[in-house]
Design a protein. Structure first.
Length: 259
């Protein structure tokens, strides 16, 4: 079946945003007078908990039980998380660096007539801030479907976000490919029947991507090719619309790896 749509995750896939999230959490904690500070190692562990608010509560329950009751009673979790979200958006406005190959691939797919979509556990505000600051206002119209955390009751790895994205696109899973950076995202897309290209980010490189069609270091550029971490990329050294068509066709035809 012809490839008709490519669905992108956002955080960690389009841009390495988790470092901005971590910085925003720490700034919000400091403003609130908390002596909490999440370094990369701590934040890596906390990312196993889906959602920033749940992440904060989990940290309090497991590391700061003395803070838990007081913060719950005062509604501090929600207040601090709201402030963290505002700080994050402010940091986004200063610019979040896109991952290698993202801008080039988006333009290539648009030129090829392949539909673009986004499926993310981030908020719609976060998605729009990233797209607006990276590409400008008109880029919001590039995406034929966008599903964010406000649109579904369950998050990845549940397949519901991807199922809704496919429904809004009006294409079957066999006609689309997802691009993800995390094992949770791969599981969600696979559960919805999609083939997945994985490009792990800073905080997800050690995860199990065995369900992915290919695992690459990034999307690559013509003069800085990707590194193949798992699978066979064939003659391609950076992800293009043509490459995705070939990889997708091989899977649809049951050929598996690209020769």
């Amino acid at each position: 079946m012809t490839l008709k749509a490519v669905i992108f995750d956002v955080d960690g896939t389009l841009a390495e945003t988790e470092e901005l999230h971590r910085a925003a959490f720490n700034a919000a904690f400091a403003e609130a007078g908390l002596d909490w500070s999440w370094d990369r190692e701590r934040y890596f562990d906390l990312l196993a908990v889906e959602g920033g608010l749940a992440r904060m509560r989990h940290y309090a329950e497991t590391q700061r039980p003395r803070d838990l009751v007081t913060m719950e009673h005062a509604g501090d979790f929600e207040r601090i998380h709201d402030r963290k979200s505002a700080l994050f958006l402010s940091m986004m406005e200063e610019g979040a660096a896109l991952r290698p190959g993202v801008a080039r691939l988006l333009e290539d797919l648009r030129s090829s007539g392949i539909k673009l979509a986004a499926c993310t556990t981030a908020s719609r505000e976060t998605f729009e801030a990233l797209i607006l600051n990276a590409f400008g206002f008109e880029a919001l119209d590039w995406f034929a479907a966008v599903v964010t955390r406000e649109d579904v009751e369950t998050s990845k790895p549940d397949p519901a976000p991807y199922r809704l994205t496919l429904q809004r696109l009006g294409v079957p899973p066999e006609a689309a490919v997802a691009i993800e950076d995390s094992a949770r995202g791969v599981a969600s897309a696979r559960g919805a029947g999609l083939e997945v290209l994985a490009a792990p980010g800073l905080y997800t490189r050690s995860e199990d991507f065995s369900g992915a069609l290919l695992v690459l270091s990034d999307l690559g550029e013509p003069h800085t090719p990707f590194e193949v971490l798992s699978g066979e990329a064939g003659p391609f050294f950076h992800v293009t619309a043509d490459a995705l068509q070939v990889w997708h066709a091989c899977q649809c035809n049951g050929e598996g790896a690209v020769a």
